[in-house]
Design a binder for this molecule. Structure first.
Ligand SMILES: [Zn+2]
Ligand SMILES: [Zn+2]
Length: 359
């Protein structure tokens, strides 16, 4: 057991023979009851990101399995300041912006990229900058960020480089994850969606599902990712769409690649490449394989592929607001939301007036 466990009090909590229950559904457990992936995650997670070190609670997984989950609360603690995303002028260098993906290719979002969008997409309606001044149209207010983040972007917010800042997130960015203490495999893998996303990174940042490119570019917008593969929307706060080298916390050594996070079904997600730059050759459609010592686990897709993992081999747990105590993921099943990136309108509109105009 390493020092992280001690510093976050997890060992003390789990080591207790009998846990004084704060809720009727909590039960006592020891670390050895947890899957290797959960133990590795909890030993490597940034202690500053972990607001609540965890408890074992009853939970219902996406396929209806009634089991137990570790509930832990994280807040996004990206190792560095998130951003930048959008350059300010068409003469800005790549250092002033993030990156964008088209057809699996990665493009630096610098001034020239913004200038060349009409050519790249072969459509003259792209015009993200003022031709007179060279200034890039950026969604700088909360209202603009919110509008550009809608599934049906209002016409006034067409042709923007869309970026929200972390302080523009409506949610507190504290999320309670309920991850099964042992994965419950399922015969048919669950496709990945933006809700609940792929899982959680070691810095407490959400690993999201695929970015909704089609909806974004339909409004002649781009919503760049910073160099760590993340950006902000009003509902999830800062979140990753790609697994870059910002994500692992352990050294990349000979042997197996290091962990980058935990998936919603309880398997570990690991860096794509090992220390020699080799990728596993036996990955399945979900991006996973089994290996000695690690059992089944996923390897994150390369940057450019719009899904960190391809699907879930086991039933999913929950990611809910930080205060949530109960997880019934079977109730979240159903048709995928029309616009995967964003929450249903009704859940956010009441918050709008007080935030309108916030920078
Ligand atoms: Zn996103
Ligand atoms: Zn592997």
């Amino acid at each position: 057991m390493d020092s992280v466990f001690r510093s976050i009090g997890f060992a003390a909590w789990f080591g207790a023979a009998s846990i004084s229950s704060v809720a009727a559904h909590e039960t006592s457990h020891t670390l050895s009851d947890l899957s290797p992936a959960l133990r590795t995650y909890l030993s490597q997670v940034d202690p500053d990101a972990l607001l609540d070190p965890g408890s074992v609670v009853d939970c219902t997984l996406s396929g209806g399995a009634k089991t137990q989950c570790v509930r832990f609360v994280v807040q996004a603690k990206a190792a560095r300041q998130p951003g930048p995303w959008c350059p300010k002028t068409i003469s800005d260098s790549a250092a002033a912006g993030g990156f964008w993906i088209k057809d699996g290719n990665v493009y630096d979002v610098d001034g020239l990229f913004i200038k060349g969008l009409a050519k790249l997409y072969d459509d003259p309606k792209w015009q993200l900058y003022d031709p007179k001044t060279g200034e890039v149209k950026v969604t700088s207010s909360f209202q603009a960020c919110f509008a550009a983040a809608r599934p049906d972007v209002p016409k006034d917010y067409y042709n923007f480089c869309a970026e929200c800042t972390p302080d523009q997130a409506i949610s507190g960015q504290n999320f309670a994850f309920f991850i099964p203490i042992k994965p419950v495999p399922q015969a048919t893998p669950t496709p990945i969606r933006d809700i609940p996303g792929a899982g959680v990174a070691l810095d407490g940042v959400r690993l999201n599902g695929p970015a909704p490119y089609d909806d974004i570019i339909r409004a002649y917008n781009v919503a760049p990712f910073d160099d760590c593969g993340g950006h902000v929307n009003p509902y999830f706060g800062y979140h990753y769409h790609f697994a870059t080298d910002c994500l692992h916390r352990a050294e990349v050594k000979a042997g197996h690649a290091p962990m980058i996070g935990l998936s919603m079904d309880g398997y570990g997600i690991f860096r794509r490449l090992d220390n020699l730059g080799n990728e596993p050759i036996d990955l399945d459609a979900c991006g996973g394989h089994a290996s000695d010592g690690l059992g089944y686990h996923y390897h994150a897709a390369p940057v450019g592929k719009n899904a960190i993992i391809g699907c879930f081999k086991a039933q999913l747990g929950c990611v809910l607001d930080g205060g949530a105590q109960l997880c019934d993921a079977s109730r979240q099943e159903g048709p995928p939301p029309a616009r995967v990136e964003f929450a249903p309108e009704g859940t956010v509109h009441p918050l709008l007036p007080s935030r309108t105009g916030t920078q």
